[in-house]
Design a protein around this ligand. Structure first.
Ligand code: NDP
Ligand code: GDR
Length: 366
């Protein structure tokens, strides 16, 4: 049951506001009447594409969407921003969020994803906001990593399989510890994979959707992927940001799994996405030799070991019973509809982008 915010607008601070979830959560909270502050990294190139439509000119009236420069690796900056904003709620979504990249940037990932969370919790404590500011930590199904037990729920033991997951494990436990030690209303959302047309281009779902659209328009020859057999519990980001907000509505903080309770392989995602553009994929070969062909015998999908991870997470499947029973949360977007929406968005992009932009974008396909 959703509760309306008070007359006095609530103030939220979102780290990672320029990311997929940051964009959906900002929209969601603004629609609920919040004043939303976002932490944005300085970048040499444009990084606010996902939230451009929310921008409000600070010279015109009282903006309800305000951006601050900052970084989770910079404690003094975080303390200053939290002090300035005096948030009722902090959503810590900022992170180096790519699992494969974390193997190459392990120390940075630990700093931003692990220590970054500690810095924010410390800011709440040091500024005397422990009794006022509610905290949401973007925890992840990657914590389960190598666990064989399925489905995974709040009581399933963690077994991380990447520097990313290990950093998030630290953040998870610091969130629990600050709740227990200082009485902060701090909650972990253990979120399973959630996607959308705003998903980063190098995550597998968006990469597939983009390639399928490009191949169908004759702009790309082939899609190169890693492990086709990995299975994930994929939902829609819009549903999941609502769950974050619901966690902070509870009188007592807690840890919640958000998932659909259904899982699919990367291979199935590929097949469904190609079906959206009228192409039936047939697989031939095995392991690194496996290829996907269309009816005319064109090879459209190939395995490239460069996308294999040093340690892979084979299967993630969540049990969202606690969130359903306690928060009244459930996912609303089915897997098939998610795939269709993502492919449709990429096809739409071809109709609006100049050909040269599309060509360059395909070249940087991760
Ligand atoms: P994205 O990668 O789309 O967004 C990450 C955000 O974090 C971006 O705004 C990025 O800024 C920002 N960021 C990165 N490093 C720093 C830093 N050092 N300081 C401040 N901000 C930083 O991730 P999602 O939106 O998909 O995910 C949101 C959060 O949820 C992440 O913490 C992720 O690990 C976690 N998560 C995501 C799941 C998913 O399936 N999407 C599932 C479970 C957890 P910039 O735009 O400048 O790069
Ligand atoms: P994941 O998402 O690692 O689950 O982390 P990603 O989409 O990167 O990978 C999902 C699965 O697909 C396999 N895969 C490929 N992955 C990528 N990126 N590129 C490929 O070419 C490719 N081929 C196969 C992967 O090996 C993996 O098994 C996401 C992130 O959002 C995390 O921040 C979040 O915590 C988790 O989801 C839950």
């Amino acid at each position: 049951m959703e509760i309306d915010v008070d007359q006095q607008p609530k103030v939220a601070l979102i780290t990672g506001v320029t990311g997929q979830d940051g964009a959906y959560l900002s929209e969601f909270l603004l629609a609920k009447g919040y004043v939303v502050h976002g932490l944005k990294r300085r970048s040499s190139s444009f990084n606010t594409g996902r939230i451009e439509h929310l921008y409000q000119d600070p010279h015109e009236g009282d903006p309800r969407f305000i951006l601050h420069f900052g970084d989770l690796t910079d404690a003094t900056n975080l303390i200053r921003v939290v002090q300035e904003v005096q948030p009722d709620e902090i959503y810590n979504l900022g992170a180096q969020s790519h699992v494969q990249v974390s193997f190459e940037t392990a120390e940075y990932t630990a700093n931003a994803d692990g220590l970054g969370t500690l810095r924010l919790l410390e800011a709440i404590r040091l500024l005397g906001l422990a009794g006022r500011t509610r905290f949401y930590q973007a925890s992840t199904s990657e914590l389960y990593g190598a666990v064989r037990e399925t489905p995974q729920r709040e009581t399933t033991p963690f077994r991380p399989r990447s520097p990313y997951a290990a950093a998030k494990l630290y953040a998870y436990w610091m969130t629990v510890n600050y709740r227990e030690a200082y009485g902060i209303h701090a909650s972990n959302g253990i979120l399973f994979n959630h996607e959308s047309p705003l998903r980063g281009e190098t995550f597998v779902t968006r990469k597939i959707a983009r390639a399928v659209a490009a191949i169908s328009r004759g702009r790309q020859e082939r899609l190169h992927l890693g492990n086709l057999d990995a299975r994930r519990d994929w939902g829609h980001a819009r549903d999941y940001v609502r769950g974050m907000w619901l966690m902070l509505r509870r009188d007592t903080p807690g840890d919640y799994v958000l998932a659909t309770g259904e899982c699919h392989s990367v291979r199935e995602f590929v097949e469904l996405a190609f079906r959206e553009v009228g192409i039936a994929i047939r697989w031939r070969g095995e392991g690194v030799e496996e290829r996907g062909y269309d009816a005319a015998g064109r090879c459209l999908v190939a395995v490239d070991p460069r996308y294999f991870r040093p340690t892979e997470v084979d299967l993630l499947l969540g049990a969202p019973d606690k969130a359903r029973e306690t928060l009244g949360w459930r996912h609303t977007v089915r897997f098939e509809d998610l795939v269709a929406e993502m492919v449709a968005a990429e096809l739409g992009a071809f109709d609006t982008e100049p050909a040269e932009v599309v060509r360059l974008a395909r070249r940087s396909n991760g």
